[in-house]
Design a protein around this ligand. Structure first.
Ligand code: PMP
Length: 427
């Protein structure tokens, strides 16, 4: 139990005890054991949700960043409702055409598309495809980047009772020399990365690093894969690749593309994707191309294409949110920087932005975690690692709701940090 967790017996507390009888640990994922008092919700609308005890929150967690339009976004709901009423064909529906077209128009590397359900599964498919295309086995991945929970893709620091995979090499990110030397020494099938490392402190690529990586891939015959499962649609319809001059060979989009409905896509160049057509490798899945997921993508893209100003409107609100956060941190004398990308922010209790994965000390991690807990207590939900994924329905009232609460949470965190800092062995 975390140090800021309350022992008060609530509906939530009782529900957690009850559900633990059937769900191991009372949950669906083992990653973030940060509290035993998990929240369950009975109402959810716009950017707000209400838990079993009637406590209201502004949700900046949004289903691990998957809800982007917002909860109950009217056009999205009516489109899915229509799909259920008219068209609930598990696959092979007419929606395939329109959906694929939206993706191809928005995403620079997208000439062809395969649909799946989870990020983990489609990353696995992307790597299999890269290996089949290049005839090589080795994959390069980077510290702090997350690409799902398959055995071979778990980062070295969280490998836990999984088989070790000697064909995956983990390197520090943003180090072009190490990358070049690895490519010189090994026949590498693909390099996979988050183009902004949202899963690892929100570190951005150093100037020229993505371009250099692209050049090295071309020179050494390796494929470049951008995992845009978080950044796709959330930072702009075409993801980070749309705003750089670097086009990967393959890319993964998930989460926001379906506004919370499970659907993921693997997109890429025709010369590579055509291996599927030639039956040179397998890709299976009962629910691939499920019509509900396609309807979710179509509705998300059509809403955002129809109103491109929606991004600017959200960015303005996110700017106000950042001002609120930095003002509150300043008032409480808390070290804080905001990193990450547009609409996927990462707060770090650090004096200066974190540029390399191992610069995030245990103390910064502890303080980030404390702040997340105190924010939850005051009615603001954030994603683990203190990530903020606002949705498009965030409004002025939500910002007003959060203003005083950030200050209260930071004040409480400040007191707790001061107390812990007195004991040098506290972390
Ligand atoms: N890639 C990235 C960048 C992710 O953030 C995630 C999940 N957070 C995944 C892959 C795995 O997706 P899933 O949880 O749907 O398997």
């Amino acid at each position: 139990m975390s140090i800021v967790e309350s022992y008060v017996i609530t509906h939530s507390f009782i529900f957690n005890k009850k559900i633990s009888r059937y769900l191991p640990g009372g949950e669906h994922s083992n990653f973030f054991h940060d509290t035993s008092n998990r929240l369950h919700f009975r109402q959810i609308r716009g950017s707000r949700c209400v838990d079993l005890d009637g406590n209201e929150y502004v949700d900046l967690y949004n289903g691990s960043g998957s809800v982007f339009l917002g909860y109950g976004y009217p056009d999205f709901i009516s489109s899915l409702r229509h799909c259920i009423d008219q068209n609930l064909i598990p696959r092979q529906s007419e929606l395939e055409w329109e959906t694929a077209q939206y993706l191809a128009e928005a995403i620079p590397c997208c000439e062809q598309v395969r649909f799946g359900l989870s990020g983990t599964e489609m990353v696995t498919n992307a790597l299999r495809l890269a290996r089949a295309f290049t005839g090589r086995e080795i994959i390069i991945r980077f510290q702090g980047h997350y690409h799902g929970s398959s055995d071979s893709m778990l980062p070295n620091n969280i490998k836990n009772r999984t088989s070790q995979n000697s064909t995956v090499i983990e390197l520090p990110w943003n180090d072009a020399d190490k990358l070049e030397s690895c490519l010189r020494n090994y026949p590498v099938a693909a390099i996979i990365m988050e183009p902004i490392c949202i899963n690892g402190w929100g570190i951005e690529p150093l100037a020229g690093y993505l371009e250099k990586t692209r050049e090295l891939c071309n020179r050494f015959g390796s494929l470049l894969i951008f995992d845009e499962i978080i950044t796709g649609v959330r930072t702009g319809l075409g993801g980070i690749q749309k705003n750089t001059s670097v086009t990967p060979d393959l890319s993964l989009f998930g989460k926001s593309i379906g506004n919370g409905i499970p659907i993921t896509v693997l997109v890429g160049k025709r010369s590579i994707m055509s291996l599927y057509e030639k039956r040179q490798l397998v890709h299976g899945g009962t629910f691939n191309g499920h019509v509900l997921g396609l309807a979710a993508i179509r509705s998300t893209f059509s809403s955002l294409v129809r109103q491109p100003q929606a991004y600017t409107a959200l960015e303005e609100k996110v700017e106000r949110l950042q001002t609120i956060i930095l003002h509150a941190a300043n008032e409480c004398n808390l070290e804080m920087v905001i990193q990450g990308g547009p609409n996927c922010l990462v707060l770090n209790c650090s004096k200066t932005p974190i540029r390399h994965y191992d610069e995030c000390t245990k103390r910064i991690q502890r303080n980030n975690h404390l702040i997340r807990q105190y924010l939850r207590r005051t009615g603001i939900l954030t994603a683990p690692l203190l990530r903020l994924y606002p949705n498009m329905m965030l409004d002025n009232d939500d910002l007003i709701f959060m203003e005083q609460r950030f200050l209260t949470a930071f004040r409480n965190a400040r007191r707790c940090i001061d107390y812990l800092d007195r004991d040098k062995h506290a972390f």
